[in-house]
Design a protein around this ligand. Structure first.
Ligand code: FES
Length: 108
């Protein structure tokens, strides 16, 4: 598994989020009580970006119509078949690194 650097840890405040792109994937990062989680940044309903959605604990509400996902697992709140992908995260020297298939850094 190869991890790629995507952003500084300090750029995601606790309770906050941000969008990044790595390995050809749009990824939403969420800081839940100091731990960063990475999930696919596209709601299964209409494709809206989940980064920037209201985060309540570990649950993010899609900003478009409110579908809810657990950012620690990518699980949809009601229907498991509608879950989004979760990506491994590591923090190295204050930097957030994500593992994706064909991971290559594309933008920060
Ligand atoms: S696009 Fe996310 S709930 Fe509709």
């Amino acid at each position: 598994m190869e991890f790629v650097d995507v952003c500084a840890l300090e750029s995601i405040a606790p309770g906050g989020s941000r969008a990044v792109r790595a390995g050809g994937r749009d990824i939403a990062l969420f800081n839940v009580d100091g731990t960063v989680h990475a999930i696919e940044n596209a709601c299964r309903h209409g494709g809206a970006a989940l980064a920037g959605g209201k985060l309540c604990g570990r649950i993010v509400a899609c900003p478009a119509h409110g579908w809810k996902y657990d950012v620690t697992t990518g699980a949809h709140s009601i229907a498991p078949s509608l879950s989004v992908e979760k990506f491994p995260v590591e923090i190295v020297d204050g930097r957030v690194r994500i593992a994706t298939v064909n991971a290559t850094q594309e933008s920060i």
